[in-house]
Ligand binder design. Sequence first.
Ligand code: ADP
Ligand code: ZN
Length: 599
Amino acid sequence: MQDALTLLSTVFGYPAFRGEQEDIVNHVAAGGNALVLMPTGGGKSLCYQIPALMRSGMALVVSPLIALMQDQVGALTELGVAAACLNSATSPEDARDIARRAKSGELDLLYVAPERLLTPRFLSFLDSVPLALVAIDEAHCVSHWGHDFRPEYQQLGRLVERFPGVPRIALTATADQQTRADILHYLQLGDARVFLSSFDRPNLFYQVLEKHNAKKQVLSFIQSEHPGASGIVYCLSRKRVEEMAEWLVDNGIHALPYHAGLGHEVRERNQREFIREESVVMVATLAFGMGIDKPDVRFVAHVDMPKSPENFYQESGRAGRDGLPATSWMCYGLNDVVQLSGMIQNSDMADLQKQVELNKLDAMLAFCETPGCRRQHILGFFGETSQPCGHCDNCLNPPVLYDATVPVQKMLSCIYRVGQRFAASHVVDVLMGKTTPLVESTGHFGLKTFGVGKEFNQRQWRSVIRQLVARKLIEVDLARGQSLVLTESCRPLLKGEEQIFLRPLAAEKPSIRQTTDRWLRTEREERLWQALRRWRKGRADEHNVPAYAVCSDKTLRELVERRPENARELTRIYGLGELKLARYGNDLLALLQENREEG
Ligand code: ADP
Ligand code: ZN
């Protein structure tokens, strides 16, 4: 058996394992079962790809999305690993050829969709192929609790009886307890060793802003922080996706829409383009992204508030898989909360489930409003305790809480005086002393609280309202036109028995940190970088694979920074394994040489 570290460096071109990878690889290679919980970008694929090469026989990889199997196989083929995939898009001739290669022992890895795997025909075909292991990727699909439930996944437990003695490894980036229990149960992994990594993503920078003009805000974020980069912009509805994509395109950004209302073909095409190109911004509903393992997504922007911290974490996690700096950006407002809770309350969920969802929404709002470290807060949801990270928006720009007792009293008493029957906008108008038609028709200009709140502008008042909702001092009554109502707990405040401190509006410009990674120092470096990218695009098109399968940004970056002059120096560059060195080594050295001569 070849040892794990040698394979890591000769095949993949990486110098060392990360985190628990080595333990996992050795455990599975020795025939053990495993459940691997690792955040997105943690490096789950190697955990089964290396044991697949170490053990004799073929590894079977169950993966839920066919569009992405192809890219995985493409990337492995680029590394010289014999891999193939079988799914509904495979032609009968190709399928026969794959079957032949599998039977003759030529294939190291075969990717297959669960529904295909479970057909009697495929199972009996597998009887004639010695198996090295079975890997079940995106294993959370087995759980009803998760966001990507797939009924076929629950049948995968049957593989135990069918292939006793073949090690099984289930992998997921979903961390909650319930999902974990479901995976162990349905996949019959009771005896599996569980490898739980920290869910921290140190290269992700978190920034959360109050929404006032989402389109302009997100555009200015992209232009100033990540111009020309790949990214995802998440919106709550199809209509928003359409409008946002159009707006970005009108402003010179290569944006594409993605939502369930688009035809299957359009979606496939846009997804491919996003994966293959280096600077596409995908504007999508939350449905987009599971299993997208594009490593160089530089930002994920939520222009509407996600419905739970888990969703937020999963979606944000699609940025920065390559370990280079990336941003999770969000803007949110009170309307998001109102809209999302409306959606939950009008859904056909059981009451208990509705309450669970509403609690998650509360937790999400609390995350948005926290004056503390974002990372610490989000890790807390997964039961992890940590120290303030020092590089999220709140750590870099700690909000200085102010004594809001008096303005809050004004707000609460205004809500009371308008009879707890009016929405936020009207309450704010009354406080600010505006004579709108509604103020005139209700006679609210005569109230004691009319015009007493001129110290704040509208955005500041809305921020106060959100924080009061987040602290459950007031509620939004959806059944009665989104009226603001007081809760029991605001009594001591109204009576003047308690003080309250709130966070001010967040700084609009993050100012302190440069999320853009300005690492190119000289014009010559810039030229070399561009030349390498052009070269990579050419090879990617030739081989019909995404650019990152030829080599990652990190590889190109090391080439620019270290400028190797000969084959020996080239072998030390990140991500260049034996096949890539043999295939591209001369090209790269020639490019580097040219760049030196140009001076
Ligand atoms: P996950 O499936 O957990 O989201 P991947 O398996 O796609 O993550 O790995 C994320 C990125 O990290 C990939 O580009 C992969 O090649 C790279 N990677 C994984 N393990 C290592 C390692 N030990 N050294 C260097 N790069 C690694
Ligand atoms: Zn922090």
